[in-house]
Design a binder for this molecule. Structure first.
Ligand SMILES: Cc1ncc(C[n+]2csc(CCOP(=O)(O)OP(=O)(O)O)c2C)c(N)n1
Ligand code: SF4
Length: 257
């Protein structure tokens, strides 16, 4: 170490959000669910709402990041986070209530609760990690599986005649009058990482401003079930998945109705 470096004032310019209390995320190497959790933790701190935020986790890998946040966290039956979040928010309108769900949880078994919350325009924030399969249980086909994708239950590749067409949750959410904000982001490069963070922040801001439901879908790599390395997974998202799932904002209003 040079004399100059030794004497320099050392200032911390980057670190983990304080509400992440320690152990590493419980996800596989290259799984981007943990990145989404990290982004949410940063946002809760940046918006100064970590003290009154309540997380509702779905069943599956996507929810596990909430275990590591120093927040009130509750779990529900598979797919039911929007119902629990509705109840909490209505009883405690002073809190910031958000759900952390996988695509299977949110738009397969949980499609009914999601549509109910959108219909009612609940003042909650829903984060859906879309890894195009059921990660926890072995990579089965989900509504979000892209056309042609091989999964453990579509070994010949998703085919419209057998398995139907891919579902687009962010566009669906945007079509509801009770939806204040809907967007889809990805985490394959610094630019779309920054945009995804902005989308999630805006969705929380809609709740802070008491506008209506904020929904953000994040394309999230599942290297384990995709049978790819983390880097191959990012390339596959960029080459194939984003062709099916365009990124961007689909709705952003200051008043619902
Ligand atoms: C009522 C019910 N049905 C099925 C299951 C089994 N199960 C647990 S996690 C899961 C899939 C989760 O997939 P997803 O929501 O996409 O989240 P990921 O694991 O990919 O993050 C399933 C089917 C369950 N726990 N409860
Ligand atoms: S199985 Fe997939 S979704 Fe689950 S932790 Fe591993 S990479 Fe993530």
């Amino acid at each position: 170490m040079s004399q100059e470096t030794k004497g320099a004032r050392r200032e911390k310019i980057f670190g983990a959000p304080k509400i992440l209390w320690g152990p590493p995320f419980l996800t596989c190497a290259g799984c981007q669910h943990s990145t989404v959790s990290r982004i949410v933790a940063e946002i809760l701190e940046e918006l100064g709402i970590d003290g009154k935020a309540i997380a509702v986790m779905g069943v599956g890998c996507a929810g596990t990041g909430t275990f590591l946040m120093n927040l009130d966290v509750t779990g529900t039956a598979h797919g039911r986070p929007p119902d629990a979040a509705t109840a909490i928010k209505r009883v405690r309108p002073d809190t910031i209530v958000w759900t952390m769900q996988g695509d299977g949880d949110c738009i397969a078994i949980g499609a009914g609760p999601l549509i109910g919350a959108l219909t009612r325009g609940e003042k909650i924030t829903i984060i859906m990690c879309n890894n195009t399969n059921y990660g926890t249980t072995g990579g089965q086909l989900a509504p979000t599986t892209v056309m042609g994708q091989v999964t453990s239950t579509s070994p010949l590749g998703r085919d419209a005649a057998r398995e139907g067409f891919t579902v687009h949750a962010a566009e669906l959410a945007a079509s509801f009058r009770g939806c204040a904000y809907s967007a889809r982001g990805a985490l394959t490069n610094p630019d779309n990482y920054r945009l995804t963070k902005r989308y999630i922040k805006t969705a929380f801001q809609k709740q802070i401003d008491n506008v209506g439901l904020g929904f953000v879908e994040v394309i999230s790599a599942c290297p384990t079930n995709w049978h790819k390395t983390p880097l191959q997974s990012l390339k596959w998202i960029e080459d194939e998945v984003l062709a099916e799932f365009p990124l961007g904002e689909f709705k952003n209003v200051d008043r619902i109705g």
